[in-house]
Design a protein around this ligand. Structure first.
Ligand code: SF4
Length: 360
């Protein structure tokens, strides 16, 4: 048994066997002082996912340290399951998968094959290091990667087999692991063990709220239509007036609103105002753009340059004309910041000068 590999890839069968061999079970993981370091590390895995979008790894020298690393993985998964938040689950799955990608990238053949098999992908490796995988697996894992490198036309495919260098194969395995973890969570935690996790679950919940606030462009205020850039105002008006929106305009609206933190239920309402609204068609389009159909992160909103190319930069105003203005989201954030600054200034001047007389 390769204990170093078990610690590097704790989702492998080999890792479970390593834990079993050391009589590490759920009860001892949650209750024994011996496994306190594994619980600390498990919590750290989840916090790193929230803070850095990547779980760290250092090579560990002793079997004891490797066992702790292996056991920290199920603990982290139990914590994520207990918090029960979709954003956290996706973020955690992504962060474990990013960690694995950076390790697998430089790994030996045996490990690459073992990891890919565990992730349900059959592969073989040439003498020169080129990896072969079946076309259906390639399509499933590469279709959500938007860079031109992943387009079929740029791929080396012969008779249903795709030929890849190790770094590209490893990137696909990142998607495979992310899908696997997302599909396995949440785990059921037996009631009698929940009290042991209470404090850690509370801390993760607090860190999750902070992370959501940090990443929310509206800082928890929801969308304010006063801050919308002219392009978005125009597109939304077109939709309301029943005009047919080109795909690029729908794409811009959905990605923009998603970036502001709106969920599917809020976004569909925008399109529901259109007289020729077809819910099933819109649902598919919106969820596809949001990445909800393939478990991906969804697309980013287009920058001003792309909006202009697509003929969607309607009635740009003075703020749009600033040299540094390059993104509709930047427009929104600038307006939001200015509004707060102005509100702060008028509060200060009211303190200095006293409130305005009522009849002024
Ligand atoms: S410059 Fe940018 S933000 Fe302003 S209207 Fe055009 S696309 Fe929108």
């Amino acid at each position: 048994m390769d204990t170093k590999r078990a610690a590097r890839y704790p989702f492998l069968r080999e890792s479970a066997e390593f834990a079993e061999k050391n009589s590490s079970d759920l009860e001892s993981l949650l209750t024994s002082e011996l496994y306190a370091p594994a619980r600390r590390r498990g919590k750290e895995r989840v916090l790193q996912a929230l803070e850095k979008s990547e779980v760290s790894y250092v090579d560990l020298m002793t079997d004891y340290d490797r066992l702790i690393e292996v056991m920290s993985y199920p603990y982290a998964r139990m914590l994520v399951s207990q918090v029960g938040d979709r954003f956290l689950t996706k973020r955690y799955a992504l962060s474990e998968a990013v960690r694995m990608n950076s390790l697998l990238n430089k790994e030996d053949r045996e490990t690459v094959i073992m990891v890919s098999e565990e992730l349900g992908v059959t592969s073989t490796i040439d003498r020169d290091g080129t990896i072969h995988m079946g076309f259906p697996d390639y399509l499933r894992l590469a279709s959500r990667l938007s860079s031109v490198d992943w387009k079929l036309i740029n791929s080396d495919i012969h008779h249903g087999i795709v030929y890849l260098p190790q770094d590209k194969f490893s990137r696909l395995m990142q998607n495979a692991l992310q899908d696997k973890i997302e599909s396995e969570l949440p785990l059921m935690t037996p009631e009698q063990f929940k009290p042991y996790m209470k404090e850690d679950v509370k801390d993760i919940g607090a860190a999750l709220s902070d992370a959501k606030m940090r990443m929310d462009p509206t800082k928890g205020e929801g969308m304010k239509s006063d801050y919308l850039p002219p392009c978005l105002v125009h597109i939304l008006e077109m939709s309301r007036n029943g005009l047919n929106l080109p795909h690029s305009a729908r794409f811009a609206v959905v990605t923009f609103l998603k970036a502001l933190g709106l969920g599917y239920e809020d976004i569909i309402k925008v399109f529901a105002e259109s007289p020729d609204f077809d819910e099933s068609k819109s649902e598919y389009q919106i969820k596809h753009i949001m990445g909800e159909l393939n478990g991906g992160e969804g697309y980013s909103p287009p920058e001003c340059k792309t909006m202009k190319t697509n003929g969607l930069c309607y009635s740009p105003d003075k703020l749009c004309e600033q040299e540094w203005m390059n993104h509709p989201l930047k427009y929104y954030r600038t307006k939001s910041k200015d509004a707060k600054k102005n509100a702060g200034q008028s509060a200060v001047s009211e303190i200095v000068k006293g409130p305005k007389p009522k009849d002024e």
